[in-house]
Each structure stands twice: as structure tokens, then as C-alpha cells.
Design a protein around this ligand. Structure first.
Ligand code: SAM
Length: 291
């Protein structure tokens, strides 16, 4: 491990102060300086843990001027920590330019894992998590937001959004319209806090539930939406694409069988397609029984 000064990226709680790890507490107490998105906000967190390390502001409006000064401190041998207001820095939060500059200047960048609202919500959502797409905040204006949801309508991965309490009602209504009222989703509100609410249901029902209950419109939100189911049209197109490639390399029945397994498309339909693509092979390459 290099003994050059390091930049520590420190995750902080998203509501429950018990979620600040012992390692984070130690590192925050040991570094020379903490760069925080909002020094007053982070000051309260540090005070709670009796940490007296000085703070400096690093946010989207001063990152350009601050980054060279912070890199200079690293060059002088002072290790630094980066904090955002809550959760993991750089996840819908500033810090990217500083992290990049630290790498470029040859300083170790050391992440301290901890809370992240998106991952916390996903872990309790009960929706597929083997693949997911983190989308951050949707556009604020309805027309742009609807276009943006349209662009995600066929996305098969589970979708993860952050949303503001000012837009939660309209945004859920737009989601129900664009993704469909029956699409499964989860509203995760006030995670790790007193009024934590994790509510699964179809988008239409969730939109109505939040609209009709003012209490459910308060606080911080993660919205998780089930990915699009593969349609018959998708598997047919995929099957045809795979079949065309395999027919160049394999006997017809083997190509059909593999294309069906890979795409989920019916074997008999792919067999008919293969014959139409390669009519000359139909006499010698019969579809075996059971297809
Ligand atoms: N860096 C943070 C993280 O790791 O999750 C996210 C920062 S982003 C500016 C803030 C948004 O995260 C909030 O508007 C909300 O959508 C989501 N969020 C943060 N804390 C949350 C909580 N306790 N419950 C639900 N959502 C939360």
C-alpha cells in the first residue's frame, strides 16, 4: 500500500445515525480535512460523534475552484475525506471531479462503504436484483419526464429512481401511464427513519395510494419499478436473429434447437423459418419428432 496521502470516500447515514460505521468514525477523526457538500449539515453529524476535524465546502458550484486546492493538500501529505449530505458520495451527489483528480495525481482513493438509499431500497423491494439500472432523479417537468419514462419502457432490468416529495404524486402518475398501471413497483420512503415505509404494489395502485394520503407525500423517496417482461415479439425477433447466425455454421436442426433455447422462441416456428431461409435443406434435414 502506498504511503502517499489518501482521499477517503466516506458513506454516511441516510437517516439513522447508528449506520455510521466504526471505520468511518475513525477515518473522519484521523484525516486532516473533510470536504463536505454542506458543512453545516455534516458539522452536526461530526458533533454527534465528537469528531473535531475541520470541514471545507465542496459542492457543484465550487468544485472547479476547490479541487486544485484539495489536491494540493494531498500533495502536501494531508489525507482528506469526502462526505455528501447523506449516503454514498458521488451517487447523485458531487465529488466526481475530485475523485478523478486524485487518481490523476497518483493518490490512493479509498472508499468506505455504508448506506446508499438506492441499494437499501433494492435490498427490501422484493423485485429482481440480479440486474438493475440506477436512473437517479427523473426530469422535473412532466413532458420531459414522460419522454424519459417512454425511453425506459422496454428496459428489462429493474429500474431505480430517486424522486423529490414535490413531484412524487405527478411522477408516480406518469409512471403508471407510461409503464402501465399493472407494472409492479415499490415506493420506499424515509428509509432507516421513524416513518420508514416500504410499499410494494402495481404502479396504478401505488400512484393512487400516495395521491390520496398526504402523509405518504412527505420525506425522501426511492421508487423501484419491475423491468419490462420480454414479449412474444421480442423473443421471435431474437430467435430469428440467432437462427440466421447459426444456420451459417451448423446443421439446420441443431441451429433451430440452439436458437430456441437461447431466445425462448418456439422450436416449430424457428424450424419453419429455417426452411424458408434455406429451402434446399428441407429434404435432407427433417425436423425430428418432438419438435
Ligand atoms: N448519495 C445518496 C445515496 O447514497 O443514496 C443520495 C443523494 S440524493 C441527492 C438524495 C436522494 O436520495 C433523496 O432525494 C431521495 O430520493 C434519496 N434518499 C436519500 N435518503 C433517503 C431515505 N432515507 N429514504 C428514501 N430515499 C432517500
Amino acid at each position: 500500500m502506498s504511503n502517499r496521502a489518501a482521499l477517503y470516500i466516506v458513506a454516511t447515514p441516510i437517516g439513522n445515525l447508528e449506520d455510521l460505521t466504526p471505520r468511518a468514525q475513525r477515518v473522519l477523526a484521523e484525516v486532516a480535512l473533510i470536504a463536505a457538500e454542506d458543512t453545516r449539515h455534516s458539522g452536526k453529524l461530526l458533533q454527534h460523534f465528537h469528531i473535531t476535524t475541520p470541514l471545507t465546502a465542496l459542492h457543484e458550484h465550487n468544485e472547479r475552484e476547490q479541487v486544485p486546492l484539495l489536491i494540493e493538500r494531498l500533495r502536501n501529505g494531508e489525507s482528506l475525506a469526502l462526505l455528501s449530505d447523506a449516503g454514498t458520495p458521488l451517487v447523485s451527489d458531487p465529488g466526481y471531479h475530485l475523485v478523478r483528480a486524485a487518481h490523476e495525481a497518483g493518490h490512493p482513493v479509498v472508499p468506505l462503504p455504508g448506506a446508499c438509499a438506492a441499494v437499501t431500497a433494492l435490498s427490501a423491494a422484493g423485485l429482481p436484483t440480479d440486474r438493475f439500472a440506477f436512473e437517479g432523479f427523473p426530469p422535473a417537468k412532466s413532458a420531459a419526464r414522460r419522454r424519459y419514462y417512454e425511453s425506459l419502457r422496454a428496459e428489462p432490468r429493474t429500474l431505480v429512481f430517486y424522486e423529490s416529495p414535490h413531484r412524487i404524486v405527478e411522477s408516480l402518475a406518469d409512471m403508471a401511464d407510461v409503464f402501465g398501471a399493472d407494472r409492479e413497483a415499490v415506493v420506499a420512503r424515509e428509509l432507516t427513519k421513524q416513518f420508514e415505509t416500504i410499499r410494494p404494489g402495481p404502479l396504478g395502485g401505488l400512484a393512487e395510494w400516495v395521491r390520496s394520503d398526504g402523509q405518504q407525500q412527505k420525506g425522501e423517496f426511492v421508487l423501484i419499478v419491475h423491468g419490462a417482461e420480454a414479449t412474444g415479439a421480442d423473443s421471435a425477433a431474437e430467435g430469428a436473429r440467432i437462427l440466421r447466425v447459426l444456420l451459417d455454421e451448423l446443421p439446420l436442426t441443431q441451429a433451430v434447437s440452439l436458437a430456441a433455447r437461447l431466445s425462448g422462441e418456439a422450436r416449430n416456428r424457428l424450424y419453419d423459418l429455417a426452411l424458408s431461409l434455406q429451402p434446399g435443406r428441407s429434404g435432407t434435414d427433417k425436423m425430428p419428432p418432438g419438435l
